[in-house]
Design a protein around this ligand. Structure first.
Ligand code: ADP
Length: 266
């Protein structure tokens, strides 16, 4: 009967339409939850430094401005708070772009050893403060050319090294090594002998805003975005990142990169 067939087709179509709509609504719900979650975390992260800055400014306005010694100290502290806010906002901007896949990679051939040494120079002061020695262990002679987005890989190395110093022990060491892995890959390792990461929290450290509770991370400044940024950048390169860690012994973060096909090869 053609009418029954038509009705059946219609019912099937309505059913399919409703199913599609449901999937659409479910997706929207997940997105909405994600957005709410994200915004909640953002305002939380911004509040702490904002309150700090506000506190110093209010104290200054309440009379501390007249005290020459205190004035400078408080302004410097407020300024530091503003620096931190800037830093968090920049990280937020970067992670948002990375998460929606808006950030394109600009790959080029460059010497990874030189890049790492550059980051060492930038971090020397921070490391000195905790008397942490930064060392470089290389299996092969330099230069080691890789094919990747240089600025973003600098960011990766910098975030990992900053963490190794932040969560490293006083008088400790951070060692970076570059090794050939398979024929067209190198592996870069950043190893510290710091506080380590509890086993049951290890799988979460790459989530944005996640910070290990009982670690030094609560007293150390940070937004919990560093490793999320690292992971996104490495995955955008279609490479892998690994972590091994033991409490009170230390942590090792390692990631792979593609070797350059041109340039000086060793
Ligand atoms: P942040 O350092 O801003 O808190 P990250 O995303 O860089 O955020 O790191 C997430 C958390 O992982 C840190 O809060 C810390 O608890 C832990 N962590 C990261 N790197 C190390 C490390 N080298 N040693 C010990 N813990 C680490």
């Amino acid at each position: 009967d053609p009418i029954t067939t038509d009705m059946r087709t219609l019912t099937e179509e309505i059913g399919k339409f409703a199913k599609d709509k449901k999937i659409e609504i479910d997706t929207l719900k997940v997105r909405e939850e994600y957005r709410r979650d994200f915004l909640g975390n953002v305002s939380h992260e911004l509040k702490t430094p904002l309150f700090t800055v506000q506190g110093y400014i209010e104290t200054l306005l309440d009379g501390a401005l007249n005290d020459k010694n205190v004035r400078k100290k408080y302004l410097q502290r407020a300024n530091k708070g503003v620096d931190r806010l800037m830093y968090i906002v920049k990280d937020l901007d970067l992670i948002t772009k990375l998460e929606v896949g808006e950030l394109n990679l600009f790959r080029e051939n460059f010497d990874i050893v030189e890049l790492i040494e550059g980051v060492f120079d930038l971090l020397e002061m921070k490391a000195d403060k905790k008397n942490i020695v930064l060392t470089f262990d290389m299996e092969y002679p330099r230069p080691i050319y890789v094919y990747a987005d240089k600025d973003k890989i600098q960011r990766v190395i910098s975030n990992l090294l900053v963490n190794s110093v932040k969560y490293g022990r006083r008088d400790g060491t951070t060692e970076v090594s570059v090794e050939n892995l398979i024929k067209n890959k190198v592996i870069i390792r950043v190893t510290d002998n710091g506080e380590g990461i509890p086993k049951r929290q290890m799988h979460r450290i790459f989530e944005r805003f996640y910070r290990v509770d009982q670690s030094g991370s609560r007293k150390e400044g940070g937004s919990g975005l560093g490793l999320a940024i690292v992971k996104h950048i490495i995955e955008a390169h279609e490479e892998k990142i690994y972590v091994e860690s033991e409490i009170e012994v230390g942590s090792e973060f390692s990631f792979t990169l593609e070797k350059s096909k041109v340039g000086a090869e060793h």
